[in-house]
Ligand binder design. Structure first.
Ligand code: 5AD
Ligand code: SF4
Length: 465
């Protein structure tokens, strides 16, 4: 029998890339590959790339520089190392990668990675292979399912892609070009995937999509189901204790989603709802299709349905034409809402997007200064949110052992990491934790109620993270 070939995948960017990396590993496992933690001893290295901002994109070329040396070393040692570039940079700059980086054997876009085994075979025959078309067939239909053992090693929290692509065309964003038009997977397929995950120890599902709440997959009744309806169905699966979804567009929040937050205890009370800006003028230039008032009214609907709901968001500073008063409006929006956490980015012009052609650019100095002010405000909100947990008892889904002796790590309903000293058999269980203190963004505490089964253990507040 041939020894298994070693595969190393390095993923950049969003949650969907993490999910895609797993599905690529599943596809290649069927072809005799096993995953390895280091690129140096791999027979195949895949860079699963992100194109959302220039900085993310550039990482590919510096990583390829390093891999060129590793490939030369491997060649000297008599090994054949193959290198593939996948993901959104592959989609957007496939030809350029082939031209600029002779070290690359295969380029594969996000809609074609189920063809990886064929592309590798083609690269072996013809030297190199590239596929960045949007194939007509359903990628998901041809992807093999992960093995039970693989699901178990990936942990108790899993992603499922339910929707892909985006039709919104925000003027700054590459996603509609790299991921293509918005497509929803059928309900039955998602339920099958979810059951398989639950049967193998998964307790928490995060449904992912570039515009996840635009979900409208075919239901078993032949109708298009909303995300809210899908969540209701998934909550019925034995073993699934927590549900999340990401990323939502404020314009597509339907009442069934709000009702799901009202009716489903398993649906976690944290909603990632990117606002991007607090200025109507900038939101219009971004083609966001919502105003600040629309955004606030969506927040209000969620809050009325679930009193303990919290929000996270994305913001862009320095979009072309953003004046000080527009930026102040963003600060005012953030102050008004009070986020549990939020990401903020400097605007990065992306080739081929309408905003990249806009002339009224914001200076680097202004961008830096605005980013700093916004991040300081968001940080203070996040600290306040985390501090409010001290002294309370919160439910934690335990995921893994921590770095320190005896320490176990899990997450709260609001995705805050929580650390306690406890036996390892609490992985996969949701247990109450009395929060004693904070260490940066983590909650430190001790198990609050009845001890879990297993060896007696002394519970104490963990130190360090
Ligand atoms: N420049 C800066 N940030 C961007 N994002 C998307 N495109 C750009 C860009 N061109 C941000 C948005 C989005 C998040 C995933 O990345 O805030 O919500
Ligand atoms: Fe990009 Fe999100 Fe706008 Fe779609 S809705 S274009 S993914 S920012």
């Amino acid at each position: 029998m041939k020894p298994p070939r070693k595969l190393h995948i390095k993923s950049y960017g969003c949650q969907m890339n993490v999910y895609d990396a797993q599905r690529m590993a599943d596809t290649l496992a069927a072809d005799g590959f096993v995953e390895t933690a280091s690129a140096d001893d791999a027979d195949l290295v895949i860079l699963n790339t992100c194109h959302i901002r220039e900085k993310a994109s550039e990482k590919v070329y510096s990583e390829l520089g390093r891999l060129r040396l590793a490939k030369t070393e491997a060649f000297r040692a008599g090994r054949d190392m193959r290198i593939a570039v996948a993901g959104c940079v592959a989609q957007a700059e496939g030809e350029e990668i082939i031209r600029r980086a002779p070290v690359v054997d295969v380029v594969v876009g996000p809609q074609s990675y189920h063809h990886l085994p064929e592309l590798l075979a083609r690269a072996k025959r013809e030297g190199r292979a590239i596929e960045t078309e949007f194939p007509a067939e359903d990628k998901f239909a041809s992807l093999p399912q992960p093995k039970p053992d693989t699901i178990r090693t990936r942990g108790v929290s899993a992603y499922i892609t339910v929707q892909e692509g985006c039709d919104k065309f925000c003027t700054f964003c590459v996603v509609p070009y790299t991921r293509g038009a918005e497509v929803s997977r059928p309900v039955a397929k998602i339920v099958d995937d979810a059951k398989r995950l639950a049967d193998n120890g998964v307790r928490e599902l995060t449904l992912i999509g570039q515009n996840v709440n635009a979900y409208h997959g075919d239901g078993p009744d032949g109708r298009g189901w909303t995300l809210g309806k899908l969540l209701l169905q998934l909550a019925e699966i034995p073993g699934i204790a927590r549900l999340r979804y990401s990323t939502s567009h404020p314009r597509d929040v339907e009442s069934s989603l709000i009702e799901a937050h009202r009716d489903l205890p398993a649906l976690m009370p944290l909603v990632h709802l990117p606002a991007q800006s607090g200025s109507d003028r900038i939101l219009a230039a971004m083609n966001r299709r919502h105003t600040v008032r629309d955004y606030l009214s969506v927040i209000d609907r969620f809050r009325k349905a679930r009193h303990n709901i919290a929000f996270s968001s994305d913001f862009i500073v320095g979009f072309p034409g953003e004046r000080e008063e527009d930026f102040s409006a963003t600060l005012a929006l953030v102050s008004q809402i009070g986020y549990a956490s939020a990401y903020s980015f400097k605007y990065s012009p992306r080739p081929g997007t309408p905003a990249a052609e806009m002339q009224e650019t914001v200076s680097a100095i202004d961008m830096d200064e605005r980013l700093e002010r916004l991040q300081a405000l968001i940080d203070s909100q996040q600290s306040a949110f985390n501090k409010a947990a001290i002294g309370t008892t919160v439910d934690v889904l335990f995921e893994r052992a921590g770095r320190n002796e005896g320490q176990m790590v899990g997450r709260t309903a609001y995705l805050q990491p929580a650390h306690v000293i406890a036996p390892t058999d609490i992985v996969g269980r949701i247990l109450p934790v009395k929060v004693a203190s904070l260490e940066r963004y983590s909650l430190l505490g001790e198990l609050a109620a009845a001890s879990p089964p297993g060896p007696a253990a002394s519970f104490q507040i963990s130190i360090g993270a």
